[in-house]
Design a protein around this ligand. Structure first.
Ligand SMILES: Nc1ncnc2c1ncn2[C@@H]1O[C@H](COP(=O)(O)OP(=O)(O)OP(=O)(O)O)[C@@H](O)[C@H]1O
Ligand SMILES: [Mg+2]
Length: 257
């Protein structure tokens, strides 16, 4: 499987040799990737592989990356240009919601941050409270919510402006099967509505069910890219499930990269 793909692909986002280092540690190492318009793209990798770092570069949270990014064929510099940032919905791995505000107040705040006002803001907040299953509890302080409710709010707080590209960094981590299923159905709904998704998780069966293509990241690099069936064939076992592919490509030993 090659990392560079057919030039005729209709890419929404293209990365070329993107690298990022924390002091001396190179966390992302020359990553080149094209994300197709409308696809659900799974980004997998062991702990420390560099997934969050790569997503943080795309989201504009980290700025001193090298290489280049294009969005819709135009240079993309989200750390420096607000209009580039508005193209993205970012759901971070760490909860990024205010515990001493209610769900509704959180969403009103995040909606204003991405430029929503008036009726548009109110409608988006109401729709997303509904999507998160939090309408009834919308006036309660977030610190009184269960972990699953907080995760559901964290998910929708990045989606209020209905961006074309959604960056989802482990949005279902640490929640019960009901909340996980609820979030999963939200993601499927987004994909079916035409959003492009980059989805990071350690739940392989979710990726198998949701994602059109999958990249496996290992020690800062993309070591495999393709549909699940293509990845299985590439390891010589067409019947392999994604977990078997993953272990084959990234090894079975524990790591703290
Ligand atoms: N703020 C930081 N300062 C220094 N090193 C960091 C920092 N954040 C991450 N790293 C290092 O960069 C590498 C990649 O980490 P990153 O968080 O991107 O991995 P990940 O694939 O998201 O892992 P996980 O599955 O555990 O979330 C690791 O070696 C990690 O220790
Ligand atoms: Mg991470």
């Amino acid at each position: 499987m090659t990392v560079h793909e057919d030039m005729t692909d209709d890419y929404l986002l293209e990365l070329e040799n993107v690298s990022y280092s924390y002091r001396t540690r190179r966390a992302v190492n020359e990553v080149s990737l094209g994300i197709r318009r409308g696809e659900a793209f799974g980004l997998l990798g062991p702990n420390g592989a560099g997934k969050t770092t790569l997503i943080s570069c795309i989201a504009g949270l980290l700025q001193n990356w090298s290489g280049s990014m294009e969005f819709d064929g135009q240079p993309f510099t989200p750390a420096h240009k607000a209009s580039d940032r508005y193209q993205i919905g970012f759901v971070p791995q760490e909860l990024a919601i205010y515990p001493n505000l209610s769900a509704e107040e959180n969403l009103l705040f995040f909606g204003r941050l991405v430029g929503l006002r008036g009726e548009k803001l109110r409608k988006s907040v109401a729709d997303n409270l509904d999507l998160a299953g939090l309408t009834e509890r919308r006036h309660d302080l977030v610190r009184t919510y269960s972990g699953g409710m907080q995760r559901r709010l964290n998910l929708t707080s990045g989606l209020l402006h209905s961006p074309s590209l959604l960056l989802l960094d482990e949005p279902t981590v640490g929640v019960d099967p009901q909340s996980r299923n609820h979030i999963f159905e939200c993601l499927r709904h987004m994909r079916d509505a035409g959003h492009t998704l980059i989805y990071t998780t350690h739940y392989m069966e979710e990726v198998q069910r949701l994602c059109d293509r999958i990249a496996i990241m290992h020690q800062g690099q993309i070591v495999a890219l393709g549909a699940h069936s293509e990845l299985a064939i590439s390891i010589g076992n067409p019947q392999a499930n994604l977990e078997e592919v993953f272990l084959h490509l990234t090894g079975r030993s524990l790591r703290d990269e």
